[in-house]
Design a protein around this ligand. Structure first.
Ligand code: ADP
Ligand code: ZN
Ligand code: ZN
Length: 736
């Protein structure tokens, strides 16, 4: 009897497909989660087996054969398959694409791949102390980095290349030590992680404050079962120490820990703190790794040999058979949401996964999302607060600076310049926050006011001085700088407004005795550049820090005692109902960078609207008060988290098609329990040459949102223009 299997394959259809196991393979075991190669149309695709053998619904004659079974060593376990199926259902996303996205790139292909454990290096264990001392003496005194790398490996035991690189060392330095026969190269053992007391560096453990101790003990009472914990702790209150101590308890049970951070930029410092505490295999997952390195993380996590996986967003899909705890740090951060393709929220999936696998999940933030605070109010989450900083470091004070009545020099008010001088003269650092990269946000004609716009987005090009390019920040298109106005022919074109690149240049003129450094996506594009700049800042090589929201994220700048927010007004009058929340989070997070050590910090916020109630509330009453108020507003307006939202988005080469498409499906919908709003044009109606519209679904509960979404998808799939418009569903959208 031939056997048939349901298989998920990466095609844009919301269904699975049945294939036959051919005679020549019939001797083999085929388990749920096995990767297989199957024909689809005239292509060959990689799929994942979803079921035990099934009775086919189709005529068996029409069913195609599985072409090959891929190595069992790359199989997903049942737990993982169940989780991914739930993800696909929750987000109404094509199941095959969910599986494909959840796999490392190399496993989306059929090629022979190296599934061995990663290489690692440790101090040669066969060398006696005398030998070591002798060999060590052969490293030149001037080769400081080699010395340091050796010391690190001696302390840490075996380390993989991504770990060594993140600790600030180069391949050349590693090779130099190898050549001197100081190191042993091997592969990480594939044995399942087992805890031993000597793996914890107890000497680095901090004596917990009473608040911290309470949180650790409360969470520790909930291990081995599902529970969700929100740690609402001001910046610098020691959330990381709480994570570390709970992690230790989980590791003690021989279980694995998954830690998700929103930004790749946060991995070095977090990794460093983990390494200082735990001498266990820690694997990384982020976009800075190459495909092979990512596969190694996946594989050692899957085998259970990685004790800790430190990951960005998509790491939530890492298979971990002995998972005992998930931590989502900076849970409010919008980069946890994937904004294209499979649009998932990593925090929400972490919670879903924890529920399914019956384990605790910790969400941490100094500025929790309104969703999470709401869940805490409803007692769905355990709510823990950390209100103090250990030691005597104080939170920075915030002050509004009215710029509606005073002239600015390069965007800086007199008061701000004065405060900067005073701070710099004391030998302390200043952080200037400007959320706009590039030199200037537009180039305009001085005579007729024509603005050079991206034709594909109808938005001004940003001028990048260093590259001498105009770049559209919406679609990424670039062009050379224009010399002449296209409307009147004048050559008097000049930059309008100021971005970080320009600010950095101007500061050199204004503060001649001090050095400024810029931290934004442009200046840190090269691998290792961010770490290098952060290190130089820590060494006080720079006194003025200029940056975008990259600077707001989790970094510690102990010598920064003045933070200036140059331009926050945009968020005060936004169409986006989440804008005030995001802005408040940003302000508090940036403020949190200041005055970490014993030096008190100060935050100056330049605004044209110092009387604005949102700013007043935040500055005078703090984030918690602000959040409570914002939640009340959401409740009155019946917006999330008091309602459940989904979007159907559609786009096409003209404005008519997507609007009509959405209008049709919404008018065909009967008996919906949800309110439908729209279709309306997206706030950016045209992007990358496409006209964009959306239909909003608002449900009073999740079940009705799911039902209505399901119905709309069916209507969309039967619409005659379904192939002329590109459409997709976004559940719990973060932006319009
Ligand atoms: P958060 O993650 O909440 O911003 P961190 O965990 O980074 O805060 O802690 C801020 C600083 O306080 C760190 O330098 C950390 O070493 C220190 N710290 C944390 N907990 C303690 C403690 N119990 N005793 C002394 N110092 C602590
Ligand atoms: Zn002109
Ligand atoms: Zn564009």
């Amino acid at each position: 009897m031939p056997r048939f299997f349901d298989i998920a394959i990466p095609v844009p259809m919301r269904q699975t497909f049945t294939y036959r196991l051919p005679e020549r393979l019939s001797g083999q075991d085929v388990e749920v989660g096995r990767r297989v190669q199957v024909p689809f149309g005239n292509r060959t695709l990689i799929g994942v087996v979803l079921s035990e053998p099934v009775d086919p619904e189709l005529d068996p004659e029409k069913i195609k054969d599985i072409q090959a079974l891929l190595p069992q060593e790359s199989q997903l376990d049942e737990q993982q398959v169940k989780f991914l199926l739930t993800c696909a259902r929750y987000y109404h996303h094509p199941v095959g694409d969910v599986f494909s996205q959840a796999l490392p790139v190399l496993l989306r292909q059929a090629n022979d791949i190296d599934l061995r454990q990663p290489l690692c290096w440790q101090v040669e264990p066969s060398l006696s102390d005398d030998d070591l001392a002798e060999k060590l003496a052969s490293i030149a005194k001037t080769a400081v980095k080699q010395q340091a790398l050796f010391a690190l490996l001696k302390k840490q035991g075996a380390m993989t290349w991504p770990q060594i690189r993140l600790s600030g060392f180069s391949k050349a330095q590693l090779n130099a030590l190898l050549k001197k026969e100081l190191l042993l190269e091997s592969r990480l053992p594939s044995k399942v992680f087992r805890f031993e007391p000597k793996l914890v560096a107890t000497e680095n453990k901090l004596q917990l404050t009473t608040e911290q101790a309470l949180v650790v003990s409360q969470i520790s009472q909930h291990l081995n079962q599902f529970s969700c914990h929100l740690i609402d702790g001001i910046t610098g209150s020691g959330k990381t120490e709480v994570y570390l101590q709970v992690m230790e308890k989980v590791l003690q049970q021989h279980q694995q820990v998954l830690v998700i951070v929103p930004e790749i930029g946060l991995t070095p410092q977090t990794l460093h703190r983990f390494e200082q505490r735990f001498n266990v295999p820690i694997m990384l997952h982020h976009s800075g790794l190459n495909d092979g390195e990512r596969l190694q993380t996946w594989q050692s996590a899957r085998l259970g040999s990685a004790a800790i996986v430190l990951a960005t967003r998509s790491g939530v899909f890492t298979p971990m058979p002995n998972l005992g705890l998930i931590i989502v740090d900076e849970e409010h951060d919008s980069s946890l949401k994937q904004q294209e393709g499979f649009r998932y929220h990593s925090r929400d999936l972490a919670i879903l996964r924890a529920r399914q696998q019956q384990l605790p999940v910790i969400l941490g933030s100094a500025t929790p999302s309104l969703e999470s605070l709401h869940n805490a109010q409803l007692q769905r989450y355990h709510y823990h607060r950390l209100t103090q900083r250990p030691g005597n470091s104080k939170l920075a004070s915030m002050q509004l600076v009215d710029i509606s009545t005073q002239p600015l020099v390069y965007g800086l008010s007199g008061l701000v310049q004065q405060a900067m001088r005073t701070t710099l003269e004391k030998g302390e650092q200043v952080l200037l926050f400007l959320n706009r990269r590039g030199f200037a946000p537009a180039i305009a004609c001085q005579e007729c006011h024509w603005v050079c716009e991206c034709q594909r987005c109808n938005r001004p090009y940003t001028f990048h001085h260093n590259q001498q390019l105009l770049v559209c920040h919406h679609c990424g298109s670039q062009r050379r700088v224009q010399k002449q106005c296209q409307q009147c022919g004048s050559v008097r074109l000049s930059p309008m407004g100021q971005g970080t690149e320009q600010l950095e240049q101007r500061l050199a003129e204004l503060f001649t005795h001090y050095k400024a450094v810029r931290i934004d996506r442009d200046s840190t594009r090269r691998k290792g550049e961010l770490e290098k700049r952060l290190e130089a800042i820590a060494d006080n090589e720079y006194q003025i820090l200029v940056g975008t929201q990259m600077l707001a994220k989790g970094h510690h700048f102990p010598n920064v005692t003045l933070v200036v927010m140059l331009d926050v007004d945009g968020a005060l009058f936004s169409y986006d109902f989440r804008a005030p929340e995001k802005m408040a989070q940003l302000l508090v997070q940036v403020a949190g960078r200041a005055g970490r050590a014993s030096k008190p910090g100060k935050v100056l916020i330049q605004t044209h609207y110092p009387q604005h109630p949102l700013l007043q509330d935040l500055v005078n009453n703090g984030y918690e008060h602000f959040a409570r108020f914002a939640l009340m507003e959401r409740q009155q307006a019946m917006m999330p988290p008091y309602s459940f939202q989904g979007l159907v988005r559609a786009e096409a080469n003209n404005a008519y098609l997507p609007e009509q498409f959405l209008r049709d499906i919404s008018s065909q919908l009967n008996n919906s329990e949800c309110a439908l709003c729209g279709p309306v044009a997206a706030p950016m109606e045209k992007k990358a040459g496409k006209f964009r519209f959306h239909l909003t679904i608002l449900g009073k509960d999740r079940k009705s949102l799911h039902q209505t979404t399901q119905l709309l998808i069916q209507l969309a799939e039967h619409h005659p223009n379904k192939n002329k418009v590109r459409w997709h569903v976004d559940i719990d959208p973060q932006d319009m």
